[in-house]
Design a protein around this ligand. Structure first.
Ligand SMILES: [Ca+2]
Ligand SMILES: [Ca+2]
Ligand SMILES: [Ca+2]
Length: 294
């Protein structure tokens, strides 16, 4: 009996240890930043970055700020090279924004079944404002996969991932008015093909916005508490990029291997409009003036 109790005590200690977030949760050792979108009404989720000219490039996330979740060697930039901008908007829009540009030797978007979105070039993303490990009860379900839906049937741009319960309820978190996404490629015709490659590769672009929830319930958005995004907020969130051409290599992620080991996410800080320097300061000033008249 004593031995059994000792084993139970050890297991409880192990569970408690697992519940601790490691000190270094971020692949870049610092953390990531989401910038307040100056004018959400001007943002079009079409996979084109012309509406991101306001973004301060200091906060662009480049490949040196990612690691392989499986500690695999990072791919050569000609094979897979990621650039990400992240934003957020306050109420009433109240969403997380992201624009990702990936240089890739081969675009692979051949999968037709939304039930297995990981087979192709894709991005998995997740958030947990209450900061629990992913498999903990309340974090479950706030994990989504986004991939070019050109060959998917139905063509769902954002697909819930790792959820329990009714798929239709979870899909509601991904669609208007809560989520939208758009895609484009350079050259534009690349996404007309299930697999496309060239000597110089291809650039593929993913843009989305999505509502954030303190926790997502299986009944859908109506029974889930929405997170109110504000400047200065700390938002545990994560990205995993997968290069779908050839055999699967690894998940390229923003969380540290230590965080992955205990299923915690990376950390982002929401910066307000006075906290960063916009390259389109004239527009920003105009917007600030308009805002001050409210
Ligand atoms: Ca756009
Ligand atoms: Ca590749
Ligand atoms: Ca690829």
């Amino acid at each position: 009996m004593r031995k059994t109790l000792a084993i139970v005590a050890i297991l409880l200690f192990a569970v408690a240890a697992l519940a601790q977030a490691p000190a270094n949760r971020n692949a870049n050792g610092i953390g990531y930043f989401m910038l307040q979108v100056p004018n959400p009404a001007s943002m079009v989720m079409d996979g084109k970055s012309n509406d991101w000219a306001w973004f301060d490039p200091t906060y662009t996330v480049t490949m040196d700020q990612f690691v392989s979740e499986q500690a695999a060697p990072m791919q050569d930039p000609s094979d897979f090279d990621i650039t990400v901008m992240m934003g957020w908007s306050p109420v009433p829009d109240n969403k997380w924004y992201l624009f990702a540009a990936v240089h890739d030797d081969t675009l692979d978007i051949e999968a037709t079944d939304p039930g297995s979105p990981w087979a192709d070039d894709c991005i998995e993303f997740a958030f947990c404002p209450i900061d629990q490990p992913r498999d903990a009860d309340r974090a479950y379900g706030q994990c989504f996969v986004i991939k070019d839906p050109a060959f998917l049937s139905p063509p769902l741009p954002i697909i819930p991932s790792r959820y329990l319960g009714n798929p239709a309820s979870w899909q509601a978190f991904c669609e208007a008015p809560y989520g939208a996404a758009g895609f484009s490629t350079n050259p534009p015709e690349a996404r007309n093909f299930p697999i496309w490659t060239s000597d110089t590769g291809v650039d593929w672009y993913t843009e989305y916005n999505i509502a954030v929830w303190d926790h997502a319930e299986a009944d859908g958005p109506a029974s889930s508490p929405r997170t109110i995004l504000e400047a200065g907020m700390f938002l545990p969130s994560n990205l995993w990029f997968e290069d779908g051409d050839g055999p699967w290599v690894s998940d390229i992620t923003v969380r540290s291997n230590e965080a992955a080991a205990v299923q915690y996410f990376a950390t982002s800080i929401l910066l307000g409009m006075n906290d960063y320097t916009s390259p389109t300061a004239v527009q920003e000033t105009t917007w600030g003036r308009v805002k001050n008249t409210f």
